[in-house]
Design a protein around this ligand. Structure first.
Ligand SMILES: [Zn+2]
Length: 186
């Protein structure tokens, strides 16, 4: 299965995605307090030598883990990838406003050749045509303006950006925790 389980800590704070292998391991080790959500997945393991019965683990799509994970998750930085960037920017070129589902590029607002960094606050989604016209120029030199401002995703947004196959119940939960300025809240 490609779906991931959403792990939340005992205070209700979504902490991370779990592969099904990790989720089953946590369940077997007793680290899962309980599960909820609209989806249920059953995994069948090996045969028990004494009873001859296959072991089975059934897990819900959202798993509440024992303990707190808020501090660790709060300080983690969200890895910058093109996929996450384009989703942050809603597949919209920051310069012309065109929406593209393919062919977008990662533009460095202050070009790398001029000391710009490859970080969330200095990158935006950019169509190929705008990227070509922009080259190594600064926005001032071109008289261009950004149509929207870049921002560094927080932990909750990162969870939304990292998983391409979020189940609707997981999505509902994560969206309730997004900051007000988030473009992912729409
Ligand atoms: Zn463009």
């Amino acid at each position: 299965m490609n779906e991931l389980f959403l792990a939340i800590d005992s205070t209700g704070y979504p902490s991370r995605w779990l592969s099904w292998q990790d989720a089953v391991t946590h369940e077997v080790l007793g680290k899962v307090s309980y599960g909820f959500g609209d989806f249920e997945f059953t995994f069948t393991g090996g045969k028990n030598r004494d009873t001859g019965v296959n072991s089975q683990v059934t897990l819900k799509s959202i798993l509440v883990m024992h303990g707190r994970n808020r501090v660790a998750a709060h300080h983690a930085t969200i890895p910058l990838s093109n996929h996450a960037l384009f989703r942050r920017d809603r597949f919209t070129c920051a310069y012309c406003g065109d929406v593209h589902t393919r062919g977008l590029t990662r533009d460095h607002i202050v070009p790398l050749s001029r000391g710009g960094t490859d970080t969330w606050l200095n990158v935006c989604a950019c169509c190929a045509a705008c990227n070509l016209r922009k080259g190594a120029n600064s926005l001032d030199e071109l008289g261009w303006e950004l149509l929207y401002l870049p921002y560094a995703p927080n932990h909750q947004e990162g969870l939304l950006l990292q998983n391409r196959r979020i189940l609707c119940d997981q999505m509902e939960l994560l969206k309730t925790m997004l900051p007000k300025h988030s473009r992912l809240a729409m």
